[in-house]
Design a protein around this ligand. Structure first.
Ligand code: RB5
Length: 149
C-alpha cells in the first residue's frame, strides 16, 4: 500500500511525524508537500493528494492542516474521494469500516502526536466491511454523479 501525504504549514510538523512512523513500519508513501512551515494554502495539497488517490497512484491519502477541516473539505470536492476529518481512533475505524474513507484528515492543532499516530495506525489497518454499508457508500456516489458534471 502506498500512501499519499499532504499538508499545509499548520500540518507540516505532523506530516513529518507521520512520515517517520510510516518509515518505521516500512509503509511506502509519496509526499506531495508542503515542505516547510512557510504559510501556504491547504486546497492545493488536498487536490494533489486527492488526485493521487483517485488516479490509483496511491491507494490512500493522509492530509494534515491546523484543524483537518479545510483540507478535508477541499479533498472531498474531488469526485471519488471520501475524506474523513478525525480526532480519535473510534471514528478513524468507522470511517474505514462503514464509510470506506480513502483519505484521512488530521488537525495538528487538535490532536497531539501520540494520538495522531494511534489514529493513523487504526485507520491504516482497518478495512471496509461492505454489506449494507456498500449500498450507502454507493448512494454517496450517486449524489456526486448528480451534482459533479
Ligand atoms: C491555517 O492557518 C489553517 O486555517 C489551516 O491549517 C486549517 O486549519 C484550515 O482548515
Amino acid at each position: 500500500m502506498k500512501i499519499a501525504l499532504g499538508s499545509d504549514h499548520g500540518g507540516y510538523s505532523l506530516k513529518e511525524v507521520i512520515k517517520k512512523f510510516l518509515d518505521e513500519k516500512a509503509i511506502a508513501y509519496e509526499d506531495f508537500g508542503t515542505y516547510s512551515t512557510e504559510s501556504t494554502d491547504y486546497p492545493q495539497f488536498a487536490e494533489k493528494v486527492a488526485k493521487a488517490v483517485v488516479s490509483g497512484v496511491c491507494e490512500r491519502g493522509i492530509l494534515c492542516c491546523g484543524t483537518g477541516i479545510g483540507i478535508s473539505i477541499a479533498a472531498n470536492k474531488v469526485p471519488g474521494i471520501r475524506c474523513a476529518a478525525v480526532s480519535e481512533p473510534y471514528s478513524a475505524l468507522m470511517s474505514r469500516e462503514h464509510n470506506n474513507a480513502n483519505v484521512l484528515a488530521l488537525g495538528a492543532r487538535v490532536v497531539g502526536e501520540g494520538l495522531a499516530l494511534q489514529i493513523v495506525e487504526v485507520w491504516l489497518n482497518a478495512e471496509f466491511v461492505g454489506g449494507r454499508h456498500a449500498n450507502r457508500v454507493n448512494l454517496i456516489s450517486e449524489i456526486e454523479k448528480k451534482y459533479c458534471k
